[in-house]
Ligand binder design. Structure first.
Ligand code: UDX
Length: 440
């Protein structure tokens, strides 16, 4: 049992602290938001993450997990301090490190014994050295410490599972002994532990996310070519994915990637390269393709309804950036709504989980209570997020409710032929000739 402090109780910090507590460690999790901490102390989760509330409750009741806004309490018995604060995109895509700086300075000022400070926030290459300098300069008196980079690879919606079953743990440090102690924390996860230097560990995180984003933009490019040539990209992805060098995952074509990581991390890596005089053409293309996927929703609607969308009603099914989360950060639905409103259309939308969050970030949309209210009087229905509840809708009822039976399947969850049989004009992303395959 080790004593662990976590600074920043967001998507990463709350999962990290809770899981380390669930492994038997004693964890004190701090956030500067009093509201967030009060809610957690009442058992109310600040984020939607399937299964998280139960694990938090179990560990709070066992006395292994506490929440506070007080740094002195947080660091009192700590051996390890995980920095899990946000690093949002700043100007030109550069990662905004103000919260990392605040955390590092406060830790330096409050610490009264040796600490291993672990950077779990996604930070530009070189930040570990920068954090060490900040702590060194901010300490009232010199106290030994070491900095270790331990990037996270958690997907929202499956974060608990991803934490407990990682493909690997990556550790970077100039202090091998510190890295070894952090490695000990991760032994119960029984996954490969890669120990390297700080900069390499930080780059592994960016390169991994940028590659996954590239894989998505690649299959989206293939989808766009499939549409012109009459091939079905879902079958293409199956045929590609059985090749062990390619793998079947992250080959789902559609409206593209969103979330708080891929867009931010690709832009940050692009920025890092640019300031070093490099030309990240591939990363630029990855973002350009991703934005074009959102624009294609409007292009496909115009192809079916005509150029002038004024007065047309478009229904969006799904608003969150992916299923099993309430997160709306960089969700494709935000840009699609903006483009449709700009084109003069009326937009309706529904999401099983993210409605409260969506109301704060999407303007000009009429929020509905269920998919059928979205379909009511809609000229087009667009699948933006592949929530399971959209996969078994009563399509006969949907057809009757709609002004016109037109479906744009932004996540390719439906079968084009079945949609056609059910009387819909169907457009997927890369599903053969406008939803028909060669043998139509
Ligand atoms: C991602 C990384 O997967 C994770 O390792 C990292 O730590 C954080 O960023 P996350 O953003 O939570 O996780 O979700 P993920 O499941 O990776 O999906 C990201 C976006 O890509 C979503 O908008 C999703 O809809 C989209 N996506 C994913 C596709 O468009 N096609 C795919 O095949 C897979």
């Amino acid at each position: 049992m080790r004593n662990i402090a976590v600074v920043g109780v967001g998507y990463v910090g709350l999962v990290t602290g809770t899981c380390f507590a669930d492994l038997g460690n004693k964890v004190v999790a701090l956030d500067i938001s009093e509201e967030k901490i009060e809610k957690l102390q009442q058992g109310i989760m600040p984020i939607y993450e399937p299964g998280l509330a139960e694990v938090v409750k179990r560990n709070v009741e066992a006395g292994r997990l506490t929440f506070t806004t007080n740094y002195t309490e947080t660091l009192k018995d700590a051996e390890f301090v995980f920095i899990c604060v946000g690093t949002p995109s700043g100007v030109d895509g550069e990662a905004d490190l103000q919260y990392v700086r605040q955390a590092a300075e406060t830790i330096a000022q409050e610490m009264d014994h040796e600490l291993i400070i672990i950077n779990k926030s996604t930070v530009p290459v070189g930040t570990g050295d920068w954090v060490a300098e900040i702590i060194h300069d901010a300490q009232p008196k010199p106290i030994p410490f070491s900095v270790v980079s331990c990037p996270e690879f958690l997907r929202e919606g499956s974060a608990l599972q991803d934490f407990m079953n990682p493909d690997r743990t990556v550790l970077g440090s100039l202090n091998v002994e510190a890295a070894d102690k952090v490695a000990q924390l991760h032994l119960p996860l029984r996954a490969p532990i890669i120990v390297t230097d700080l900069r390499t560990a930080e780059m592994i995180k960016y390169a991994s996310n940028a590659f996954l984003a590239t894989k998505i933009s690649f299959i989206n490019e293939i989808a766009n070519i499939c549409e012109a040539l009459g091939a079905d990209v879902k079958e293409v992805a199956i045929g590609m994915g059985v090749d062990k060098r390619i793998g079947p995952r992250f080959l789902d074509a559609g409206v593209g990637f969103g979330g708080s990581c891929f867009p931010k991390d690709v832009l940050a890596l692009k920025h890092m390269a640019t300031v070093q005089g490099k030309h990240p053409q591939l990363l630029e293309a990855v973002m350009d393709i991703n934005y074009y996927q959102r624009k294609q929703v409007v292009l496909k609607i115009r192809e079916l309804l005509g150029e002038d969308l004024s007065g047309k009603t478009i229904g969006l099914l799904g608003l969150a950036f992916k299923p099993n989360t309430d997160d709306m950060r960089d969700a494709p639905s935000i840009v699609v709504t903006e483009l449709l409103i700009e084109a003069g259309a009326k937009v309706k939308g529904y999401d099983p989980v993210s409605m409260d969050v969506a109301r704060r970030v999407i303007r000009g949309i009429t929020f509905c209570k269920d998919p059928y209210e979205v379909a009511q009087d809609a000229d087009v229905l667009v699948i933006m997020t592949e929530w399971n509840e959209f996969k078994q809708l009563d399509m006969i009822r949907v057809n009757k409710l709609m002004n016109q039976p037109i479906i744009i399947d932004g996540r390719n969850i439906y079968d084009p032929e079945i949609m056609t049989e059910q009387g819909f004009m169907y457009r997927g992303f890369g599903r053969g000739y406008n939803g028909r395959t060669l043998d139509d």
